[in-house]
Design a binder for this molecule. Structure first.
Ligand code: GTP
Ligand code: MG
Length: 319
């Protein structure tokens, strides 16, 4: 009998979905299967789409994906949905907004939410990207709101990042606060049918980092995603970006750096998860915290003592 990895390499999407579920469940058997896929990755153009909630990311992705599909490209979509923390309905909602992509009947769409780590990077997303690459997808699109530092780490696994804004978010301060502009390789101003599109365009242009000769320069694209307008330009920009990366931008070194960043971000969360588990039943921790609570020691000293005690035990454990 073929194992999951072998079936995935032969293009079996049901096995792909099963492996993603194992990774979501943090099942070690899933990691073993994923290891078998490692010589089949780094083939697809991985495109991350980020931007404020409701900016039109899903609508845009659906339109772009269905056009790429018409060009005989094989597509996978991963939608990371923070709202589904509150209701399962949102997962269905996201798929519903990807109607054009769904209607092709030929695009692998996977919605996921990391219920264990609200606001955190989606633990299973990297695995899902690997699975889709091993399935032979040409383009894998990842959607995420991209709020918070750790969520941004998700985009370390992308080759191209598309940031989507709307005229409502055109205001300078919002853009800077969101911290999203500087990570974008393409900027989409969606909902151009709304008032304020020109002002927003001006604010966006002023903030696009200036690139030197030979570097990729992020284009600004104007769209009305719900009406399918501006989509062809988005598709060509994605293709131009891929050509650029093929020539000189996607070096093994940059890939190595991205993996390091991704691992470090997830490691931070994992260490914290384990540490919090230890503290929950630890007398030393409770004693120090009790002293801080009753003002016997100041909070800074408490932090140092708790960290020292954890470090000592960690070192002892490794000897
Ligand atoms: N007026 C207008 N509405 C749009 C446009 N594009 C999308 N919408 C609408 O905006 C709403 C939100 O679109 P989504 O595609 O779900 O946005 P999203 O960014 O994926 O939202 P979240 O995943 O919840 O963060 C939907 O009702 C869309 O129909 C546009 O160009 N103009
Ligand atoms: Mg969405």
């Amino acid at each position: 009998m073929l194992n999951l990895a072998e079936r995935i390499i032969r293009g079996d999407e049901r096995s792909g979905a099963r492996l993603i579920s194992l990774i979501e469940a943090r099942d070690r058997r899933g990691y073993e299967e994923l290891t078998r896929l490692l010589s089949y990755i780094n083939r697809a153009h991985v495109v991350g789409v980020t931007g404020p909630a409701g900016a039109g990311k899903s609508t845009l992705i659906s339109q772009v994906a269905s056009r790429l599909h018409k060009q005989e490209k094989k597509l996978g979509i991963i939608a990371i949905d923070p709202t589904s923390l509150h209701s399962r309905g949102a997962l269905l909602g996201d798929r519903f907004r990807m109607k054009e992509a769904e209607d092709t009947g030929d695009i692998f769409i996977r919605s996921m939410a990391d219920r264990d780590q609200p606001g955190g990077v989606c633990h299973a997303a990297l695995g899902a990207v690997y699975v889709m690459e091993a399935l032979g997808k040409d383009v894998v699109i990842v959607e995420s709101v991209g709020a918070g530092q750790s969520d941004k780490a998700l985009f370390y696994l992308c080759d191209t990042i598309v940031t989507v804004f709307t005229p409502e978010f055109g205001d300078e301060l919002q853009l800077l606060k969101a911290g999203l502009l500087e990570i974008g390789d393409m900027v989409v101003l969606n909902k151009c049918d709304k008032p304020g599109a020109e002002d927003a365009m001006g604010a966006l242009s002023a903030h696009i980092p200036v690139k030197t000769e030979g570097e990729w320069s992020p284009p600004i694209l104007l769209t009305k995603a719900h009406a399918g307008e501006g989509i062809d330009e988005c598709v060509s920009a994605i293709e131009r970006r891929w050509d650029f990366l093929q020539k000189d931008g996607r070096t093994p070194e940059s890939r190595r750096q991205k993996i390091t960043m991704f691992v470090m971000t997830l490691l931070k969360e994992e260490l914290w998860r384990r540490f919090a588990g230890i503290c929950a039943n630890d007398r030393e921790y409770e004693r120090i915290m009790g002293e801080a609570q009753s003002n016997v020691i100041d909070p800074y000293t408490a932090i140092e003592r708790i960290a020292d005690s954890a470090e000592t035990r960690l070192r002892r454990g490794t000897q």
